[in-house]
Design a protein. Structure first.
Length: 192
């Protein structure tokens, strides 16, 4: 069978461009849009090609080595930690945050390696403390030069508040924090 050639031009099909070299298929979105930029292929989130693209991205990210910044992890003592704990409480007092300051002074935190164990008397106090915890952690990590510090909050209904009222109570409280204070008092023969 022989095909006859005619001089008529074929009618163009929507979505197909004819070029002298080959035929190109346009995406449906570019047929209706009049923008001159190259259209990005649109992929359905549920299509196989999107799943494949996601897997390729994950594989590509595995090969990327992320440079982790070395943060300081200097050693510190419980005394030094308590010093900055109470400085932070005083700072809150100076700003007018009396409730949070009182939560920090309810009891003395205990140090176990780089974890600070802090006991609070009830769940309400714990919730309020948790709101301030990121700022406190940032302060302690910065001033103690150790970014491994973490705070664990324990609710203990039997915690007694250690608020000092008299001069002797205040001295005894500070002496608990730093036992060298008694030696200093004796050396200079200071009275309370």
């Amino acid at each position: 069978m022989e095909v006859q050639k005619s001089d008529e031009k074929p009618t163009p099909i929507v979505g197909v461009k004819e070029t002298p070299q080959s035929l190109e298929v346009e995406s449906p979105s570019s047929v209706h849009s009049s923008s001159s930029t190259a259209p990005q292929p649109k992929v359905s989130a549920l299509s196989l090609s999107s799943i494949r693209a996601k897997r390729e991205l994950i594989e590509a990210q595995k090969g990327i080595v992320k440079h982790q910044e070395q943060l300081p992890t200097e050693e510190f003592t419980e005394t030094k930690m308590l010093e900055f704990w109470f400085k932070y409480a005083q700072r809150l007092n100076d700003k007018g945050h009396m409730i949070m300051e009182s939560l920090l002074r309810i009891s003395d935190p205990k140090l176990e390696e780089t974890t600070i164990i802090y006991e609070l008397p009830n769940e309400g106090s714990k919730i309020d403390f948790e709101k301030e915890k990121p700022d406190l952690l940032g302060y302690l990590r910065g001033h103690l030069h150790n970014h491994d510090i973490s705070i664990e909050v324990i609710v203990n209904e039997r915690v007694k508040s250690k608020i000092a009222f008299t001069q002797q109570d205040k001295f005894n409280r500070l002496n608990e924090i730093n036992p060298n204070l008694e030696e200093l008092r004796k050396t200079f023969d200071l009275l309370l």
